[in-house]
Design a protein around this ligand. Structure first.
Ligand SMILES: [Zn+2]
Length: 738
């Protein structure tokens, strides 16, 4: 403790808060909790994490593999030895694996893509290929197609707008897109909507290969033969087993016929390396692309279509396999019916040292330390459930099936869900429910960064300040409580947060361990411990952050949810959306006027093929008043609750229940427009961005997708939700005072 104080003062952030009570604890409770955390820290070990990583990342271990099941059994046996009640929760899920993958350039020259990754003598583990799944995109449909190539840059909506201005259509063609800028599944989804018959994804060396730095094994960046695998299931519609949306995929569960599953791609899609992409892109003609579309290959990039023609043949084994979640429960001492859940997946596309093992071993350290505390008579107050999920990679399947299977009891008992999914070196990154923003701010004040001796909060603030490029960003960096980001999707928190309305968070360190190994053969222990987090120092630091969060939520007399942070963030989103509408209105009006006046024609080079944009429907004015009024009520109620907290509160079981179920009020059973599985109305993955979050998604996406008639209904829905939570917060304030 002394060390913490000295380190803090040295960084000029010596805060009196350090002596203050922890959120939700009184003075005696805070002292006891701090003592407990010191004991917890003392049990964390980088050597443990290294040992487990070596074992768990020794070979490829995707869901359905023998190695995957061995890993699940090993993790379960460790949890058992630490004193947990352990269950291997099995689900029967659909998993396509490749049977045929062929890609050939048939004109104007001939080339057959190798579709394989090289073993490297410098990293012998890359030759360990038992059960290795070759590069593919899971949940692509089968197909045997031939067509001309069109280069679509990153394959996101704005890229298609530009293609249209060049008069280039992907209808009947095969779209070749760079990885990056959106979640990969968006690329075939959009290409199919535009009429393409297939999609090829490749990693451009400008994004994560030699254009960025030295490549593996001489550096962390992407080897020329490396291919990013990954799911292209339409997760923004619903994640999890494609045949059992909304239900746990138990052996007896009712299943959709495969033809009724809406989350498979509509066209075949295959990922390839830069090495295989080069001959295809070199053979393309048409106009040269604009500078911002170029990559780092030594060629001039052309749009096509053609003359490059490719034939692509894909066939998958559509098999049912078992996914094994390891669920380890430590019964709470005084509130066993309130559950704090902490998870990380265990399956990997390949060896998966970074993704997911680096996060999983941090979780295992935490569980071991909590087990040791329990053995010495210091059990957590609430129940802690540690989960090592299976089948995250193909589509968040293990966690989603478990959450759907146990939906009713989770809605009743789950206090919060804390997720990690891999780790690296550098700055703390937290995304989550904003009712926990201040809680996490306090946690990050109490953990020391291993490289600098500052608190992880001080380092994060320094990074924000130094990189701030305008007053707005500087103001954000100086915000008393550092903002946590809203959660989109891309990991196992999604079923808890967005389907069930359980307050959630996702935690990692990063920013200093750049990487091109993601979902490739080169995500090995050697790569990770050479380039990402040598010594696993940040693995231990992650355990300290996530472990404190878990233990404080488990032990706090009064659950540390608060609502001023929530109201402040929602106000920010509302402001963003009003600005979005205003900007779109202005741009659309200007564009239409310039079109009417013929200005685009005068401004564009008549010898070039770039045409004017198309006219858009003018953007109407929307009535945001119901949202703003509800927001004001929430702000008032939240401030009153904050005051009541300061004047001392007597916690009770029922107050705690009202606190942790408050996140449920942010959901609606009917879900979001067109995707009922997603029920949270503050946070959702973007329908056209994938992992990227859309806050107030109903309103925001209706405007972005120019579905103007839907906007006022969406505003009313959010206003009602904010009214509900404002009322809950008022009730809580009254209960605290009584
Ligand atoms: Zn992962």
């Amino acid at each position: 403790m002394r060390f913490v104080l000295i380190a803090l003062c040295a960084f000029a952030t010596c805060s009196p808060a350090i002596a203050d009570n922890l959120p939700g604890f009184d003075a005696a409770g805070s002292a006891a909790q701090r003592e407990l955390e010191e004991e917890f820290d003392a049990s964390l070990s980088a050597a443990d994490q290294r040992t487990w990583m070596r074992r768990l990342a020794a070979k490829p271990h995707h869901v359905g593999s023998k190695a995957g099941k061995e890993n699940a059994d090993y993790i379960a046996s460790l949890f058992e030895s630490w004193g947990y009640d352990v269950e291997l929760a099995e689900y029967r899920i659909l998993l396509p694996t490749p049977a045929t993958r062929e890609l050939e350039l048939v004109a104007p020259t001939q080339f057959t893509a190798s579709l394989t990754e090289d073993s490297l003598p410098e990293d012998p583990s890359t030759a360990v290929r038992d059960e290795l799944l070759p590069p593919y995109n899971a949940f692509s449909i089968d197909g045997d197609i031939e067509g001309e190539l069109v280069f679509v840059n990153y394959g996101i909506p704005e890229d298609y707008e530009l293609l249209e201005r060049y008069g280039i259509d992907v209808k009947g063609k095969i779209a070749i897109a760079k990885y990056g800028r959106s979640w990969r599944g968006i690329k075939p989804k959009l290409a199919a909507e535009k009429g393409a018959i297939g999609t090829i994804l490749y990693s451009d060396p400008g994004d994560d290969g030699y254009g960025r730095g030295d490549v593996y094994p001489n550096g962390p960046f992407k080897h020329a033969s490396a291919v990013q695998r990954g799911s292209v299931m339409d997760m923004p519609t619903y994640p999890g087993d494609v045949l059992t949306p909304g239900r746990g995929a138990t052996a007896k569960a009712r299943r959709l016929p495969l033809t009724k599953a809406t989350t498979l791609t509509r066209i075949p899609v295959l990922p390839i390396s830069q090495r295989d992409a080069l001959p295809l892109l070199s053979a393309m003609g048409g106009d040269a692309v604009p500078p911002e579309w170029r990559g780092a290959l030594p060629i001039t990039y052309h749009f096509g279509p053609g003359p490059a023609r490719v034939r692509m043949k894909l066939k998958f084994n559509w098999e049912t396999v078992s996914a094994y979640n390891v669920i380890a429960r430590m019964e709470g001492e005084h509130s066993p019916d309130q559950w704090v859940i902490r998870g990380n997946h265990h399956d990997g596309w390949n060896h998966g040292a970074a993704d997911p093992i680096s996060g999983l071993v941090a979780l295992m350290s935490e569980a071991k330390a909590v087990g040791m505390l329990a053995k010495s008579g210091k059990r957590p107050g609430r129940t802690i459930i540690y989960a090592a999920w299976d089948a995250e990679e193909p589509g968040l399947i293990g966690s989603t099936e478990w959450a759907e299977h146990h939906a009713d009891s989770l809605k009743e008992h789950a206090v919060a869900y804390l997720n990690t999914d891999g780790n690296s070196r550098g700055f703390v990154r937290i995304g989550g429910s904003h009712t926990l923003e201040r809680f996490f701010d306090r946690v990050t004040q109490d953990v020391i960064d291993p490289q600098t001796g500052a608190t992880v909060k001080a380092r994060r603030r320094a990074q924000l300040l130094v990189n701030a490029s305008n007053d707005g960003e500087r103001k954000e960096a100086n915000r008393d409580t550092l903002r946590i980001s809203p959660l989109g999707s891309g990991s196992d928190y999604t079923p808890f947060l967005q389907h069930l309305g359980i307050a959630s968070a996702n935690i990692s360190f990063g920013g200093e361990g750049p990487d091109g190994s993601y979902h490739t053969l080169y995500d090995t222990e050697q790569h990770f411990t050479t380039w990402r987090d040598p010594g696993l120092e940040y693995g231990v630091t992650l355990s300290k952050v996530a472990g404190r969060a878990t233990l404080r939520l488990a032990n706090a007399a009064l659950l540390p949810f608060e609502f001023e942070g929530l109201a402040d963030n929602v106000a920010l989103y509302a402001k963003e959306i009003e600005k979005l509408a205003a900007d779109m209105r202005e741009q659309t009006t200007r564009r239409n006027r310039y079109l009417d006046d013929g200005l685009f024609k005068l401004a564009l080079d008549p010898k070039k093929t770039l045409g004017p944009p198309v006219a858009e429907t003018p953007v109407p004015f929307f009535n945001f008043a119901p949202l703003q009024n509800a927001l004001q009520d929430l702000q008032t109620a939240a401030a009153a609750y904050g005051k009541a907290l300061e004047s001392g509160a007597t916690p009770s079981q029922s107050i705690n229940e009202l606190l942790y179920t408050s996140e449920r009020l942010l959901t609606r059973d009917a879900g979001l427009n067109g995707r009922p599985w997603y029920r949270h109305h503050l946070y959702a993955p973007g329908f056209y961005t994938g992992y990227g979050v859309k806050t107030l998604p109903g309103v925001r996406e209706a405007i972005e997708q120019r579905d103007y008639d839907a906007v006022s209904h969406e505003i009313d829905t959010v206003a009602k939700i904010l009214n509900d939570i404002a009322m809950r917060v008022s009730n809580l304030e009254k209960l605290l005072g009584s």
